[in-house]
Structures are given as C-alpha cells and as structure tokens.
Design a protein around this ligand. Structure first.
Ligand SMILES: *[C@@H]1O[C@H](CO)[C@@H](O)[C@H](O)[C@H]1NC(C)=O
Ligand SMILES: *[C@@H]1O[C@H](CO)[C@@H](O)[C@H](O)[C@H]1NC(C)=O
Ligand SMILES: *[C@@H]1O[C@H](CO)[C@@H](O)[C@H](O)[C@H]1NC(C)=O
Ligand SMILES: *[C@@H]1O[C@H](CO)[C@@H](O)[C@H](O)[C@H]1NC(C)=O
Ligand SMILES: *[C@@H]1O[C@H](CO)[C@@H](O)[C@H](O)[C@H]1NC(C)=O
Length: 289
C-alpha cells in the first residue's frame, strides 16, 4: 500500500514537473538574442525579428530539448519578401550535430513562399522536402510545430502533418535521439540562393523586413546532459511523446499528409535520382511514414 502511494505520488510529481517545463514559457523568459540586438523585440509571448541592409536578427532558446513538441505561431514577412529567409529550427552543436528545420523562403509580391524542411542526423543532412503553402503565410499567424519522439519526427503546419522521418536506426540510418537540441529563430538575407535560385535579389528599398512570432511553447523533455538519453525516451506517463499513439500517424492524419504531399510538395530528395547518381539515401526505400 505504501508502495502504491509512493507510486501515485511519484506520478503526480512527474506531471507537476512536466507541466513546469512548459506552462508559462514565453520568449522573453526562455530565449536569448544571439544576433542583431537592435533588430529584436521580445516581450512575453511576442517576438519580432527585423532585417535591414545592416543586419538580420536571431534568437535561441536557453534550454535544449530531447523529444516532445516545439510549437510556435509565425507570421512571415509580407509583401516583397524576395531574398529573405525566416528560419525556425532545432539544432545541437558540434560536427555530428542533429538538426530539424523549417525554413521559409520569401518571394516577390504575389508569388508563393517556399516551405523548406530538412533533417540532419549525426551531421548528415541532404534530406530536403519543399512545399508550397496552401494558405497565405503573411496574412496572420500560422502554427508550425516540430514533434519528435523515439519512433518518428513529424513536421506539422496548422495541425496538419506534412512530413515524417521515421527511426531506421536498426537499418543503419542515424536518428536524432542522443543530443539535446536548442530552438532557433532567425531572419536573414539569402538573396544569393533563396529566391528563384538566387536570380531575384532582396529589394532593400522595401526594408525593414519584419517577421513576427507568437506563443513559443516547448512541450518537450528538457535536456540535462547524457542522462536525458534514457530519461527522455523512457516509457512513462510523464513522457507523453512515448505513448504508442505518437509512434505513428493515425489513418486520418496520414490521409491528410498524403493529400498535402500530392497537392503541395514541390521537391522531394527521395525522388531526385540525378542528385544522388542513382545511389539513393537508404531511408528512401523504406516506408516514409
Ligand atoms: C516592442 O514591443 C512592444 C510591445 O509590443 C512595443 O510597445 C514596442 O514599441 C516595441 N519596440 C520596438 C523597438 O519595436
Ligand atoms: C514570461 O514568463 C514568466 C514566467 O512564467 C513570467 O514571470 C513573465 O511575466 C512572462 N513575461 C511576460 C511579459 O508575459
Ligand atoms: C502581441 O502580438 C499580438 C498579435 O500581433 C498583438 O495583438 C499584441 O498586442 C502583442 N502584444 C504585445 C505585448 O506586444
Ligand atoms: C499547434 O499545432 C500542434 C500540432 O498539431 C498542436 O498540438 C497545438 O495545439 C497547436 N497550437 C495552437 C496554439 O494551435
Ligand atoms: C517564387 O515564385 C516563383 C514563380 O512563381 C516560383 O518559381 C518559385 O519557386 C517561388 N519561390 C521561391 C523561393 O523562389
């Protein structure tokens, strides 16, 4: 009986601790400015990033995370955003780093943004998939969420999964499950490549360019060093991301993702046989979700 009570208490504490990890998280408390101090305005749940000819801007989270969901609402640079890139990604550091990316490549007025996704595991990337937004990403805030757990990584846009990267570690494909990653958001000039392959340059007469973010919510396991590799992956109720319901998309989610990929995916590295000279990355021949 005492043992049972102790277990209940431990479970209750686990929930309290899990809650503390993200309830009350906001930009000004959980992030620091890493570039362009005069170009960043962080106030509670609001963050605005400015790019002009002198500099862009960037912030990153103080903490690193391993597994869970990182949520943020973003309103991209409106109007002529050609040449600008708004990046929102998770990354560890070092030569064999892990990284999960959303990048938003701007365009001339009236032309569509590109939603660029990529994932690096143990330092190796080259896994781009790109999408056209099916909505206007500059007319209001949209929800961009990165979820990862021991089984899969899922990129969500407004609650719809657009891409999955499954754990094929047993098949020799490294998976991002051993390094805490921090959350980064930045706005910078990339007119040497971003828009129509670099042909369209940033029009500085339109500066300053502003991207706005709202409600940063890291609902994720806080990285406390190597001990977190097993702690964050443990099958406990506090680690909600390890519940079987997160190990695969539901049939409804899968159908929605396949529709988005059919209608809005404009690049898929797994289909780029020229680039890989016929030797495709191993995960490309395995089920993609
Ligand atoms: C920063 O944001 C606050 C609150 O939204 C606003 O009052 C202030 O004018 C902003 N400052 C700059 C420099 O944009
Ligand atoms: C950010 O969160 C902290 C901790 O919950 C809180 O004390 C602070 O007031 C928040 N800041 C704003 C501006 O909401
Ligand atoms: C935060 O951004 C929202 C949406 O743009 C705005 O309505 C609100 O006034 C902003 N709050 C602060 C404190 O800047
Ligand atoms: C953002 O999307 C995630 C993933 O679908 C969802 O869990 C979360 O509730 C959404 N947040 C908001 C504020 O809509
Ligand atoms: C910009 O618009 C052009 C023309 O519609 C399109 O080809 C291109 O893919 C769009 N996006 C970027 C980032 O260049």
């Amino acid at each position: 009986m005492a043992g049972f009570r102790a277990l209940l208490f431990a479970l209750a504490m686990a929930f309290v601790c899990m809650d503390r990890a993200f309830v009350g998280a906001n930009f000004s408390k959980n992030m620091i400015i890493t570039w362009g101090k005069q170009h960043v305005n962080m106030s509670g749940d609001n963050l605005s990033l400015v790019l002009d000819k002198s500099a862009g801007s960037a912030v990153r989270s103080k903490a690193a995370y391993l597994f869970g969901s990182i949520e943020m609402l973003i309103k991209l640079v409106p109007g002529n955003s050609a040449g600008t890139v708004t990046a929102y990604y998770l990354s560890s550091s070092g030569n064999t780093h892990d990284e999960i990316d959303f990048e938003f490549l701007g365009n001339t007025s009236g032309q569509p943004y590109t939603i660029h996704t990529n994932i690096y595991t143990q330092g190796k990337g080259n896994r781009e998939k790109q999408f056209r937004p099916w909505f206007n990403p500059t007319d209001g805030f949209h929800n961009y969420t990165i979820h990862w757990n021991p089984s899969e990584v899922v990129w969500y846009v407004d609650g719809t999964p657009i891409r999955v990267f499954r754990n094929y570690e047993k098949e020799g494909v490294p998976y991002p499950n051993e390094q805490g990653m921090k959350v980064f958001v930045s706005l910078w000039n990339a007119d040497d490549w971003a828009t129509q392959g670099g042909r369209v340059k940033t029009d500085w007469t339109q500066a300053p360019f502003v991207a706005e973010c709202l409600r940063f919510r890291p609902k994720a396991c806080k990285w406390k060093g190597p001990v977190s590799i097993s702690e964050c992956a443990a099958l406990t109720r506090a680690n909600w991301w390890t519940s079987p319901s997160f190990s695969q998309l539901s049939s409804d989610q899968l159908a929605r993702m396949q529709q988005i990929q059919t209608d809005f995916m404009i690049y898929d590295y797994c289909k780029d046989t020229n680039r890989f000279q016929g030797v495709m990355p191993p995960e490309c021949s395995m089920p993609q979700f």
